[in-house]
Design a protein around this ligand. Structure first.
Ligand code: MSP
Length: 644
């Protein structure tokens, strides 16, 4: 079974904000859930580069637009890596594969007679990159971008016969009630279709930045007509038809509510015109506001997701966005509410459960828990939580999926309070009951951690490791591992508190700036800040986070001919396989390295060393006058894990 999932591709005139990050996080939760269900999932994200605002921004910075977009790609990738977004492919609309697809699809529509020449005269909002009718404006301004004055444009354009597809679209909506979700968006779109459709302009005249129309190269393709095609381009339309046939149509497009019309009216009509199937489903999520205000780059009211993730790591942010906002509706972020939920859900509830299980296992059973019976009340709660979780996640009620996992966490903490293991431990005749209670609560925590895996990937893996799950987290499957599994002795691993209460973190704030724990899942204990050096050459956490350090596994190694120092390594990075040239030949034999886990800088620009292109760098410590030593880990860690 396959699942092809996409998000909107982002304009790169500024960095991601919490709203755009929300979309990527929720889509990532869906992708990870599908993988947990054993479904072959392809998760696509990307950048939308041919926008006028992107072009202007590049010129303002004195950069060639392409060079500007290259830089922004790195910035976006760094934020997505920081938020643990597990996309399989990242497309940019300036890539040749995308251009080929746009040319082919536009030509097809032209050949079918659906693109014709005409004149456009009217308003254009450059922030929406959309043509606007007088009735769409409020006091002469676009309601979504009140700080931007719409332009009156008059140009020779090519038009797409959208009106021709109105009946087919209506029929498609009616025959496929799930095509657009949630229902309130579907109803909006049905009303729009019922009121009729006008043809749309699909080219812009006199612009340099964009893809020329193949049949009229003096015009560039209108940025939306261009951008929508990314979903087909990424899976091989025009470049690899076999691959395209395997993955198209997309199973799910995740987009914001402001752009559902483009995805459920314009895009399916373009596909129908080109003889291709429409996507199976579109989900239009709501807005995340910041302190009740719409987040807007132009109005300066946006919040940087990196800043939030720095506070407690990516997982508490992911949990907040997924659990606190009904998926499909609007939501709000405030620092107060975020800290409150962090303390309630993580410090007091889940974190406390993890600590109590380890402390009791240590105190009463030398960290060894043995299965006893089929489980009691918690086994039943776990069964009910799993059923609720599955139904919610399958229907994209992600908030309710998170709540189902926490239903089990709550019940486990209550179970500890009621069974009072500390009392059972006092009397030898209760030894068997104590065994059963301890195993039961550890098993409930294991199931909860499996359910939380899509939402809090690294915390879930850490909890599973601590409660003696020996299987690699990425191999877990919901149908087996989401069930009660009293299948063997659990050796509990002790560790520090996962989520110290927020007051503790506040104490180590320096200059009121958020403090990054040593690792998102095992924060360092509070420590006094070091005195600043005389001339402050320190870098900000943002600058550091631009360096993408990742775990990789060496698949092959060989000497670089005519070099004493260099080895050519083929490594698996969790996302790709690549060649890295490392100056470690004097310290390691190639065969010693195969199968070894290393740390790499994953986002270095390629460089040629002795004629071999190196894509990244392997980290090693080099003592003065000594040989380099590879950086490593004291336990198994999967390739692709972020190092920070
Ligand atoms: N480039 C177009 C999409 C083209 S898809 C073929 C675009 N880009 S965007 O950068 O403006 O927005 C990217 C996504 O983020 C969109 O789905 C948009 O709805 C979403 N969001 C933008 N602000 C948001 C919030 N404040 N909250 C939630 N989602 C938000 O549109």
């Amino acid at each position: 079974m396959r699942f092809y999932l996409t998000t909107a591709i982002d304009y790169v005139n500024s960095r991601p904000h919490l709203g755009t990050a929300y979309e990527k996080i929720t889509a990532d939760v869906i992708a990870r859930y599908k993988r947990l269900c054993g479904i072959d999932t392809h998760f696509l994200m990307g950048n939308d580069e041919h926008s006028q605002n992107v072009y202007k921004r590049a010129l303002e910075r004195g950069l060639d637009p392409r060079a500007y977009c290259d830089r922004m790609e790195q910035e976006f990738r760094a934020v997505w890596a920081q938020l643990d977004i597990s996309f399989d492919d990242f497309i940019r609309t300036t890539e040749p594969r995308h251009r080929a697809a746009v040319e082919k699809l536009a030509q097809r529509c032209f050949d079918t007679g659906d693109i014709y020449e005409g004149h456009y005269e009217g308003w254009y909002c450059v922030s929406c990159e959309a043509f606007k009718q007088e009735k769409d404006l409020v006091d002469g301004k676009c309601p979504l971008h009140p700080t931007v004055t719409p332009e009156w444009i008059r140009e020779k354009n090519y038009f797409f016969r959208l009106s021709k597809y109105r009946d087919a679209l209506l029929q498609h909506f009616r025959a496929n009630p799930g095509f657009l979700q949630p229902d309130m968006r579907r109803n909006e779109m049905l009303r729009l279709l019922e009121s009729g459709l006008e043809d749309i302009s699909v080219s812009r005249a006199g612009q340099l930045w964009g893809i020329p129309l193949p049949f009229a190269p003096d015009n560039v393709v209108y940025v939306w007509f261009d951008a929508l095609i990314n979903y087909a381009a990424a899976v091989g339309y025009a470049t690899d038809e076999g691959r395209f046939a395997a993955w198209w149509p997309a199973d799910l497009h995740i987009v914001g509510k402001d752009i559902t019309r483009f995805h459920t009216v314009v895009w399916p009509a373009m596909l129908m015109s080109a003889g291709l199937a429409p996507p199976a489903q579109v989900f239009g999520h709501g807005w995340v506001n910041f302190g009740g205000q719409r987040m807007s780059k132009s109005a300066g009211t946006s919040l940087d997701p990196s800043e939030v993730a720095r506070r407690f790591g990516p997982d508490p942010l992911r949990l907040y966005l997924v659990k606190e906002i009904t998926y499909g509706g609007d939501g709000d972020f405030t620092w107060e509410r975020y800290e409150e939920r962090y303390n309630a859900d993580l410090a007091n509830n889940l974190g406390n459960l993890v600590s109590r299980v380890a402390a009791m296992a240590d105190k009463y059973r030398q960290l060894r828990l043995v299965p006893a019976g089929d489980g009691g009340r918690l086994a039943q709660v776990a069964g009910a939580a799993l059923a609720r979780y599955r139904a919610s996640m399958d229907g994209y009620a992600l908030h309710d999926g998170a709540a189902a996992a926490f239903q089990l966490v709550d019940a486990s903490n209550e179970f500890i309070a009621e069974t009072a293991p500390w009392t059972l431990a006092k009397s030898p005749s209760d030894a068997a009951r104590l065994d059963a209670v301890l195993f039961e609560v550890a098993e409930a925590l294991r199931v909860a951690a499996v359910l939380l895996r899509p939402i809090m990937p690294s915390s879930s893996a850490d909890i599973l490791r601590r409660i003696g799950e020996t299987r690699e987290a990425s191999t877990l499957r919901l149908d087996l591992d989401g069930r009660w599994r009293p299948d063997g002795v659990r050796t509990i691993v002790k560790g520090g508190p996962l989520w110290p209460r927020v007051e503790e973190t506040k104490e180590i704030r320096v200059d009121e700036k958020p403090v990054q724990p040593a690792s998102p899942v095992s924060p360092a204990p509070p420590a006094a800040p070091a005195p600043p050096p005389a001339a402050d050459a320190r870098i900000s956490i943002d600058e550091f986070m631009k360096v993408e350090l990742r775990v990789a596994k060496v698949l092959a190694a060989e000497a670089v001919p005519k070099s004493k120092k260099l080895l050519k390594l083929t490594v698996e990075t969790g996302k790709d396989q690549r060649t890295i040239v490392a100056g470690i030949a004097e310290a390691y034999q190639p065969e010693q390295l195969v199968g070894r886990t290393v740390v790499i800088v994953a986002n270095l620009q390629p460089a040629k060393l002795m004629g071999v292109e190196s894509n990244g760098m392997v980290l090693a410590g080099s003592p003065d006058g000594g040989l380099p030593m590879l950086v490593g880990f004291d336990q198994e860690i999967p390739p692709g894990s972020r190092v920070r």
